[in-house]
Design a protein around this ligand. Structure first.
Ligand code: SAH
Ligand code: SF4
Ligand code: F3S
Length: 465
């Protein structure tokens, strides 16, 4: 087993001889990537696929058929982490019986567990962190040679180059994600992300714009800028200025971004919503709790009052803007009355949607270390609070959706609907999902007449089709 556990590793390309040898070893083999977690992981999976294809591999449709299985994992809550270990367990017999099948665990569980994961899973070949993507072909080739490797070093900021997406990867998609920064410098007490993604590093804006132009040339119409903390973007301009630059790229029709921490949300970003029509009227602003004492314990650096002022600022800037949020239920020490403050906040803000989670203690985080001292909320109570919240959220979401029945909405066409392949699917500017009958092509902007609504999707018919 080899481990690279220092911060010396550099990103970059392989040496020519190493590259040629790697390509010979990988050519003709197949891979399959399964992705968990957030948009950053989805983006990284595309880069990993590109790296393997460039080394001569091809994509297998199913995990069972692939020579190389890659799991790109999420560690934000305990359940997703368990999923990975149990999935690896399920594949133990496959690994034993098949040809030279190899397994790689990438992403945040890999970065969090490091070589402990190699120790726990004897048939696992490679554990690699998010900064090792540029070395993937080499790691894969070494795995086929029989090596077991843990590569979870963080790259030094000065030497780090963000992998550049190939336009071909997004061909046929209406929307493309583009990473603008990596890492997170905050220290929310419940969160594992700063450990799994390291310090913040912004991507120079010229590189972002290059990637935007490439995506547009491949037919993409919507750009989603992603980072754990986009408000602190510092790649040669502010985040609001970056949006303005993307807005200026010919062919871009819609711009979205995620995620934005309320503490760093300033007037300049709100103003961008007033000035830039291609910036879509939806904003994900994770609040986590509606109680100041809990926010302080979470080390979220805003009060409920300050948060509400930012909501007001956004609504002033773009009336009708659709707000969504994240909430943690049953944080250590949270009383019933304090949770009710969160419910009250949701009622007051009337979010279009809320992503709510039961608190999950993550190893090594302050909230996990202090859980007993602060007071563990019993699991049944956490579930009860979550359900109470979700019922309210569904009701509000349904009200928003029903108000659209009988109206025409603008939809960017993304392709056939997954649930009803005879229909098309797309999203409204406010980011509501619309399943509809129509004849449009991927990337078209069409008007859809809404005929019915549920809390999670609208159903309708394309106008004039
Ligand atoms: N950078 C984003 C959040 C990324 S993690 C932000 O600051 O808003 C996505 C969401 O997962 C968080 O907003 C939070 O609601 C949830 N989450 C993170 N850690 C968690 C934990 N330990 N238990 C439960 N939910 C958690
Ligand atoms: Fe985690 Fe907080 Fe960073 Fe978001 S801002 S990724 S919740 S530490
Ligand atoms: Fe999960 Fe890592 Fe994203 S922990 S939420 S995949 S940054």
């Amino acid at each position: 087993m080899t481990t690279a556990e220092n911060d010396e590793a550099q990103s970059g390309t392989l040496s020519p001889e190493g590259g040629a040898r790697t390509e010979n070893e990988l050519a003709g083999r197949t891979f399959h990537i399964r992705t968990y977690g957030c948009q950053m992981n989805e983006y990284d999976s595309d880069r990993m696929a590109e790296a393997l294809k460039a080394a001569g591999m091809t994509e297998a449709a199913a995990l069972e058929e692939a020579d190389l299985v890659l799991l790109n994992t999420c560690a934000v809550r305990e359940k997703p982490s368990h999923k990975v270990v149990s999935l690896l367990g399920r594949f133990r017999p496959v690994r034993k019986n098949l040809r030279p099948q190899r397994f790689i665990v990438a992403g945040c569980v890999a970065q969090h567990m490091k070589d402990e994961l190699l120790n726990q899973v004897p048939w696992l070949d490679v554990v690699m962190g998010p900064d090792a993507i540029c070395r993937l072909p080499d790691l894969a080739a070494r795995a086929f040679r029989g090596e077991r490797i843990c590569d979870t070093s963080f790259a030094r900021p000065a030497g780090y180059r963000f992998p550049l997406a190939r336009p071909d990867t997004v061909r046929g998609r209406a929307s493309a994600m583009i990473t603008v920064m990596k890492g997170c410098n905050n220290a929310c007490t419940y969160c594992v992300v700063p450990r799994t993604r390291g310090r913040e590093l912004s991507r120079p804006f010229a590189e972002v714009l290059n990637e935007v132009r490439g995506a547009v040339s491949a037919g993409v119409r919507e750009i989603m800028l992603v980072g754990q903390n986009v408000n602190s973007y510092a790649g040669g301009c502010t985040f609001a200025e970056l949006i303005e630059k993307v807005h200026g790229v010919e062919g871009v029709q819609r711009i979205r971004f995620t995620t934005s921490n309320p503490q760093d949300l300033g007037q300049d970003l709100a103003d961008a919503f007033s000035r830039l029509p291609k910036l879509m009227p939806s904003f994900h602003l994770p609040v986590q709790s509606g109680c100041d004492r809990i926010l302080e314990r979470m080390r979220r650096r805003y009060t409920v009052k300050e948060y509400l002022a930012k909501v007001e600022m956004l609504r002033q800037a773009r009336p009708g803007i659709a707000l969504t949020t994240d909430i943690i239920a049953g944080f250590p020490g949270e009383t019933e009355a304090e949770f009710d403050e969160t419910v009250e906040l949701v009622r007051q803000v009337r979010y279009e949607n809320v992503y709510s989670f039961i608190f999950s203690p993550r190893e090594g985080t302050p909230a996990a270390l202090h859980e007993a001292e602060w007071g563990r909320v019993p699991h049944e109570e956490q579930v009860r609070r979550l359900e109470k919240l979700q019922t309210l959220v569904r009701d509000i979401s349904l009200e928003y959706a029903q108000a659209l029945v009988g109206r025409d909405v603008e939809v960017l066409v993304e392709g056939p609907s997954k649930t009803r392949p005879d229909r098309l699917v797309g999203h409204t500017p406010e980011n509501r999902t619309v399943n509809f009958q129509g004849t449009a092509s991927v990337g078209d902007l069409v008007l859809v007449h809404v005929e019915s609504a549920s809390s999670n999707a609208l159903t309708g018919r394309q106008k004039d089709s």
